[in-house]
Ligand binder design. Sequence first.
Ligand SMILES: Cc1ncc(COP(=O)(O)O)c(C=O)c1O
Length: 416
Amino acid sequence: MSKLAILGGTPVRSKPLPTVNDKSGRNIGREELELLKSVVESGRLFRYSGKMVSSFEEEFAGFMGVKYAVASTSGTAALHIATGAAGLGPGMEVLTSPITDAGTIIAILGQNAIPVFADIDPDTYNMLPEDVERRISDKTKAIIVVHLFGLPADMDLIMELAEEKGLIVIEDCAQAYLAEYKGRLVGAIGDLGCFSLQQSKHMFTGDGGITVTNDEKLARKARLFMDKGWDRSLGLPRAYVMLGFNYRMTELQGAVARAQLKKVKWVVERRRAVAGSLTKRLSEIEGVSPPKVPKGYKHSYWLYPLKVELSMFSASLSDIAKAITAEGIPTGTGYIGKPIYMAPLFVEKRGYGASKCPWICPLYGKNINYGEGLCPKAEETLNTLLTLPCNEYFTEEDVEDIAKAVEKVLSYYRKR
Ligand SMILES: Cc1ncc(COP(=O)(O)O)c(C=O)c1O
């Protein structure tokens, strides 16, 4: 058995893998530059002076097969626009996943609403509809479904539940461009769908976001919420008709976004091919579980999650990840580490100022606590989860190196 790189042996790979952090793993160049040039030459960088952002919105709505799209400054903004448009506010509870980026939760807290976490299915990493149902209360007004890593959540059951209880469904598709659930694109199934255009996403503008819907009223409110609540159609004097923020995308981002939109299908298709090869190779290794994609679902592989049966190995998850990284394959553990409700923000209820608002709020009138034990399956799952990169520019040779590094490290630590 060859010596592990972490112990001084030769790494499986010495050349860096293509990464989303620079040009090596990002399809960006001439097309973006051409559109950017036209924006700079026009001198119109503000979305309401030019046409890039509004064209991007139209094109994205067409791409998603929905009626309306509202662009914004980040995925977090796109989600906040959705919770704002949906009318969420103090005293209301919103069910969501404990394994997600802070942006999902900020959109809830940003409306002074209360996040309530439902446990996940350890096979898909997405919320378990039965657990969502169990945690619904008379204060629940919405569900934010996260399609984690690019795998759709079980939308039929969630939509049925929402219909029965009169809840709004917001889909967080930050990691799930072109992911499909039973022939439908995620983001177009719930009342509102939200996407991020941050650097690491399937399509990117550095930072950016977009919210989609088929509902005319929600679309109108989303647009107002994005633009300080200002109804520009009413002319002067300025009509500020609701509370909103300045989440306006600039024409520079709009230019890049339009060029990126033409490439995202290729990105997702390439990632599916790469992940397919990776799954084939990693399935041969005892003690790890590649992502399971239920029948009728299409994954878009923002990251490649790999679950490890730790009882079969004599090393911790973190030591395994460090050893694979030393072999030349950057490997993460537990995605966000622990379920998001274990962050000090929640455990200590650090809300607005020193008030502990929105948790301590007369409009809420309930006591909610966060901490270890809230979603046992999510906690257990993150303790056994490695995340491997999945990039559109990986070759078969890159995939082979990833598999070899995982194989090498796990055979070294395998209990005999
Ligand atoms: C699932 C999820 N939701 C929300 C966000 C927030 O997006 P942004 O970073 O663009 O604000 C992200 C970004 O990483 C995400 O992965």
